[in-house]
Design a binder for this molecule. Structure first.
Ligand SMILES: [Mg+2]
Length: 214
């Protein structure tokens, strides 16, 4: 019944309809928002390496603990329709589900817990606070780099076959290590990602139909 033993999901613009770091930037005013959104879009479209922009985005934003909590609530409010049901259906079918995200882990965990995902299955970036308590840097992680999702996924050695699902160029980078890569276009359609994908999914209902119909 199940076509895959493991499913790997991106978070931003896949599980939830926001880009977390852009969302934080918007709290700093229009100029910061424009600058950060431009950097994010260029990285997700594959025009700019993520490592070239990751630290700069955090430094410019200078998020507080309160900002991170607010972002967690925003993720929770922006969950894709059907995502909770889809993850429950995958779990019920014995599929291992992991989240591999370039977002900030403390902001993602309330949402992923609500979706029934084990914290140990949520891989994301740990922000580091400076002396003033502002999260201006990230703990060293492959997930701050363009091909880091591939590196992390390979190290996990998940049960095969594996389906990876995401909207961005950093997700497509996992393609060599998975059995299928689905471009998720429920929130954003990026042509370069669609072009490299095995299949295209526009909803979590479509994900379940594909993953459990073999
Ligand atoms: Mg994404």
């Amino acid at each position: 019944m199940r076509r895959y033993a493991s499913v790997v999901l991106d978070a931003d613009s896949t599980i939830a309809g926001i880009e977390g770091i852009d969302w934080l930037a918007a709290r700093r005013g229009a100029a910061v928002q424009r600058a950060v959104e431009s950097l994010t879009a260029r990285a997700m479209n594959g025009d700019l390496a993520l490592e070239a922009v990751y630290a700069e985005r955090l430094r410019v934003i200078g998020a507080t603990g309160g900002d991170i909590e607010a972002l967690a609530a925003a993720y929770d409010a922006a969950v894709a329709p059907g995502a909770a049901d889809a993850i429950a259906a995958l779990h019920a079918a014995g599929v291992t589900v992991h989240v591999i995200s370039g977002g900030l882990r403390p902001a993602l965990l309330p949402m992923t817990r609500a979706l029934g995902l084990d914290d140990a299955h949520v891989h994301a970036v740990e922000p580091l606070a400076d002396a003033e308590g502002r999260f201006t840097a990230a703990a060293p992680s492959p997930l701050t780099t363009q091909t880091g999702k591939l590196e992390l996924l390979s190290a996990l050695a998940l049960p095969r076959p594996v389906l990876a699902v995401g909207d961005g160029a950093t997700d497509l980078a996992m393609a060599p290590a998975v059995d299928a890569f689905a471009a998720y276009i429920g929130f954003v359609r990026r042509d370069a990602v669609v072009a490299g994908a095995t299949l295209v999914l526009d909803s979590f209902a479509a994900l379940v139909s594909h993953a459990l119909s073999a």
